[in-house]
Design a protein around this ligand. Structure first.
Ligand SMILES: C[S@@+](CC[C@H](N)C(=O)[O-])C[C@H]1O[C@@H](n2cnc3c(N)ncnc32)[C@H](O)[C@@H]1O
Length: 435
């Protein structure tokens, strides 16, 4: 396909996402199924245009003075593929599949106006109602923090130390120019996609099949490490889902002690069995949602809550979620978070640790939930200083977080973000149970 066909496809897919309010991954998959002539390079290029247009929908729309799919896709092409309006028109010349684009004047205006005059929420590329939440979370940095959630993300891998080591994985993936992650000692990073390129499908690599590595954002790797799981411990992964954290915990625990992997949703849990097998995990026991967990009550060294959340920290990867999020959905999540904290806390042994993690940057899902939990459990739990914990668990890694005060502890929680730590946005807090 030439550029014209790719732009037309991206416009069609964006219109579909908007009309049917469907996830971007589903829309792209369906388009691919009904356009089998499109090669993998075409699909990648179309996907990039769609994702970029969604990531910066508001600022592109404002700079284009038009928030239509054709305006957004033109903006994405101008920012990532061609050097200016003339180059764009030239690339489409004589291409019968090319869409009708906004005029040269609109395209030039887009490039001239870098949206500096736009309201803060437009520059930040977020819905207006979320602006106060971002301001509360990041103070005067909030626009830059939110805007960084619109960048293209890297592809991060976690080396499975049960089966391999970082040098081996770096060597096995050499054709893709991997680098060691800056923060996670078990992380490997493949840089964000440039232009119309694509990330390699690392899951077809022999190393992946052999269980040498998993796809996992560096922030998620750090959250697992900062939970403090050590060899020989008893750990309940209360919201295990597909097992990303379970696998990381098993690595940190060197396959010893015991991890109980639980989730309320059987379907989400389903992939965990294959993943555990491939990774060579022998210290994890999966609990069906219907299982009786009462024998674990008051017995766990660590209970990890990787809480259901809005996922604002992952908007680089799921930009459509940013525009779908509603105040009602946020309220539903915070209620779930309170319920999960209450339920999971019963499993912590005296002196043990309750770890609370979200992939959201919103204070109402993070410190506010932990403080509400502490209020309801007066004296039962105390926040741990997470800056001290970082220094203890990651002694050779410079601090790369925003300290979040909780109940009088200055670094009661840590926040990671694309701008602060070069990772997805995460919040990590740990509470120690009274002995
Ligand atoms: C952020 S996801 C977990 C991701 C997973 N830990 C990983 O690293 O791949 C949150 C999970 O919480 C689960 N969940 C929601 N409410 C729950 C509850 N009340 N009890 C247990 N799990 C719950 C959801 O089914 C979902 O799988």
């Amino acid at each position: 396909m030439r550029l014209g066909g790719r732009l037309s496809a991206a416009i069609e897919i964006l219109a579909d996402i908007e009309a049917r309010r469907r996830p971007v991954a589903d829309a792209l998959k369906d388009w691919g199924l009904s356009h089998r002539f499109a090669g993998s390079k075409d699909r990648a290029a179309i996907g990039n245009l769609v994702y970029d247009a969604l990531r910066r929908k508001r600022s592109y729309g404002a700079r284009m003075e038009e928030e239509t799919p054709r305006a957004l896709v033109s903006a994405a092409a101008l920012e990532t593929l061609v050097s200016g309006p003339q180059a764009l028109y030239a690339a489409l010349e004589g291409d019968r599949f090319a869409p009708e684009l906004p005029g040269a004047e609109a395209l030039s205006r887009f490039l001239d106006d870098d949206a500096h005059q736009a309201p803060a929420a437009v520059k930040a590329d977020i819905p207006d109602w979320l602006a106060p939440h971002f301001e509360a979370a990041f103070g005067e940095d909030w626009v830059a923090e939110a805007a960084a959630l619109s960048d293209r993300p890297p592809l991060d891998l976690r080396v499975n130390t049960l089966k391999s080591d970082r040098e081996t994985v770096l060597a096995a993936l050499k054709p893709f120019s991997p680098e060691p992650c800056a923060l996670s000692p078990v992380g490997v990073r493949i840089a964000p996609i440039e232009g119309d390129g694509r990330h390699p499908n690392v899951q077809v690599e022999a190393g992946f099949q052999k269980g040498w590595f998993e796809i996992q954002d560096e922030g998620s790797q750090l959250a697992a490490l900062l939970s403090g799981a050590m060899p020989g411990g008893q750990v309940l992964d209360f919201c295990a889902g597909a097992g990303g954290k379970t696998l990381a915990l098993s690595g940190a625990m060197e396959n010893s002690g015991q991890i109980h992997a639980h989730d309320a949703d059987r379907q989400r849990l389903a992939p965990i069995y294959d993943r555990l097998k491939r990774a060579g995990v022998r210290n994890a026991q999966v609990h069906d949602p219907r299982d009786d967990l009462s024998s674990l009550e008051g017995a766990m060294d660590i209970v990890l809550i990787d809480a259901p959340c809005t996922g604002t920290g992952t908007w680089r990867r799921r930009p459509d979620a940013k525009w779908r999020l509603s105040e009602a959905a946020l309220a539903k999540r915070t209620a779930e978070q309170d319920a999960v904290l209450a339920a999971a806390s019963a499993f912590v042994k005296p002196g043990g640790t309750l770890v609370y993690v979200t992939c959201s940057v919103l204070g109402v899902e993070n410190a506010d939930r932990v403080e509400a939990f502490l209020d309801r459990n007066a004296g039962g739990f105390l926040p741990i200083d997470m800056a001290a914990r970082w220094a203890e668990i990651l002694p050779d890694v410079s601090p790369a977080y925003r300290a979040v005060p909780i109940a009088g502890v200055a670094a009661g929680g840590l926040m990671l973000s694309p701008r602060i730590s070069g990772t997805d946005g995460f919040f990590i807090a740990a509470l120690q149970a009274a002995s």
